[in-house]
Ligand binder design. Structure first.
Ligand SMILES: NC(=O)c1ccc[n+]([C@@H]2O[C@H](COP(=O)([O-])OP(=O)(O)OC[C@H]3O[C@@H](n4cnc5c(N)ncnc54)[C@H](O)[C@@H]3O)[C@@H](O)[C@H]2O)c1
Length: 444
């Protein structure tokens, strides 16, 4: 099938490359000139495991092409996926400027039947607006359909999520449109859910809202664990092993971030309000998340005085491991709070440092996790990259000026850290004091 992709970000590029892998011919465009010229050289402008190889292969073999205009995409594709960003507007509602602009441009170039598919995450009833825009700007009588096919991929495992999805949601009121999408996804043998457009749009927002709710729930329970002397890891395991609840998204930490959950929760609150429902539950989810994200700096302030002029190491910049995506990453909020307090910050991240260096030229981007800690008063862990779990802790203890670790992702066992004389704070577990110091205190 001839496929068009508009917007070559995490979603568009993954969708395009994976559809090419399924044997379709894909033409894609992006309005960001730097991104487009990298793609036109066969380079992958984002870090996502396996994506660069897939893009290079299909680019070389001609199944994945990058063109300069939406006009070329519309001319050459039967099914056109809108994969542009839908950021938060000032009041939290989804800013649909890019979806609207793309819909207009598609309409102005329509000359025969095309299926236009919303893949971007949009509020319920956006499909109706897209269809109205296209009818308004297209030549009278040109046939088209609009469908919703929300994307559920997770950065870091995006290719696996594309090829082995839990489900594919197809929202459309047209049999022709649904049949085309069913045919497109048939090779995946995935459960298909056919629905109307409004339901498909609401499925995506509700799924993200529920994931955010699970994360904020376990983070709130973590706070109770701290007060009650319980261990959140054990509580989460005991709760999550109930198959009705599940273990995923049940890790306590410094909150959710990224391109999707923060903006989608905010947009859901606004869209519900617009429809006449006050979604207080989601407001609480947001509030718990905001508090969680401030925890490391609050704790640091209570432990390191004066904070001004101190050096603090920070491991992990991306909002989660296996991606270089910094959007709404908790680490950025922490860096900004630290800089505002006159702290010297030294970071390490396996993938996101080039992007972070552009945002924070005053922050040291260290060559490795150890170099970041050299002479630091504390280490804050913001992202659970697997390599952090296997660092040489004895070497780390020697490098840190003060062996204080604030672990926002609970990657270490408190007893082990205490035995190595670290002062170790994690989320929802009792702090571990250095064993040597604890003994001395007791002996006094
Ligand atoms: N990133 C994820 O994990 C993820 C997962 C599921 C759904 N989504 C949703 O998918 C959408 C895209 O997300 P993303 O992470 O890929 O965003 P992104 O910012 O990485 O990519 C969007 C791309 O669209 C391009 N663009 C904007 N306007 C354009 C135009 N007029 N013409 C051509 N290109 C244009 C931008 O330059 C950008 O490269 C969002 O609605 C997001 O909520 C994202």
């Amino acid at each position: 099938m001839e496929i068009g992709i508009i917007g070559c970000g995490y979603v568009g590029l993954v969708t395009g490359a994976c559809l090419a892998e399924l044997g379709h011919r894909v033409v894609a465009v992006d309005s960001d000139e730097r991104k487009l010229s990298a793609l036109q050289r066969g380079e992958c402008p984002i870090y996502e495991p396996g994506l660069a190889e897939l893009v290079a292969t299909h680019y070389r073999e001609g199944r994945l092409q990058f063109v300069d205009s939406i006009r070329q995409v519309v001319e050459r594709s039967l099914v056109i996926f809108i994969c542009v960003n839908t950021p938060s507007g000032p009041d939290g509602s989804a800013d649909l400027r890019f979806v609207e602009a793309v819909s207009q441009e598609i309409a102005l170039n329509l000359s025969s039947y095309r299926l236009i598919v919303e893949k971007s995450t949009v509020p319920v009833q956006t499909g109706e607006k897209v269809a109205k825009t296209i009818s308004r700007y297209a030549q009278a009588g040109v046939p088209f359909d609009v469908a919703s096919n929300p994307e559920f991929l997770r950065e870091g495992t995006a290719l696996r999520d594309f090829f082995q999805p839990d489900r594919v949601v197809i929202g459309s009121s047209s049999t022709r449109a649904s049949s085309l999408l069913v045919e497109l996804y048939a090779p995946l043998n995935a459960p298909l859910l056919l629905t109307d457009i409004n339901s498909a749009e609401l499925i995506k927002h509700s799924a993200n809202a529920f994931l955010a709710l699970k994360i904020s729930f376990i983070n709130a329970v973590a706070r109770v664990c701290e007060l009650a002397g319980a261990d959140i890891k054990k509580v989460a395991a005991g709760v999550g092993l109930d198959h009705r609840i599940g273990l995923e998204s049940m890790e306590a930490g410094i909150g959710y971030g990224g391109m999707c959950l923060p903006k989608d929760v905010a947009a859901y609150i606004r869209l519900a309000k617009g429809l006449g429902y006050d979604f207080q539950l989601l407001e609480a989810v947001q509030e718990v998340n905001n508090q969680q994200r401030q925890w490391p700096v609050r704790l640091l302030e209570s432990q390191v005085t004066p904070l001004e002029g101190a050096k603090v190491a920070l491991w992990g910049l991306s909002f989660k491991p296996h991606t270089d995506d910094l959007r709404s990453a908790p680490a950025l909020e922490i860096i900004e709070s630290l800089l505002a307090r006159g702290v010297k910050v030294s970071c390490y991240d396996p993938a996101a440092m080039p992007k972070a260096a552009l945002l924070y030229p005053q922050v040291e981007m260290a060559a490795d996790p150890y170099a970041a800690c050299q002479g630091a008063q504390a280490l804050i862990i913001c992202t659970e990259w697997p390599q952090f779990k296997s660092v040489d802790l004895e070497r780390l203890a020697q490098l840190l000026e003060r062996p204080l670790i604030i672990d926002g992702r609970n990657i270490f066992e408190p007893q082990r850290l205490a035995a190595l004389n670290f002062q170790y704070f994690s989320v929802g577990r009792a702090p571990a004091a250095p064993i040597a110091q604890a003994t001395t205190d007791r002996d006094r």
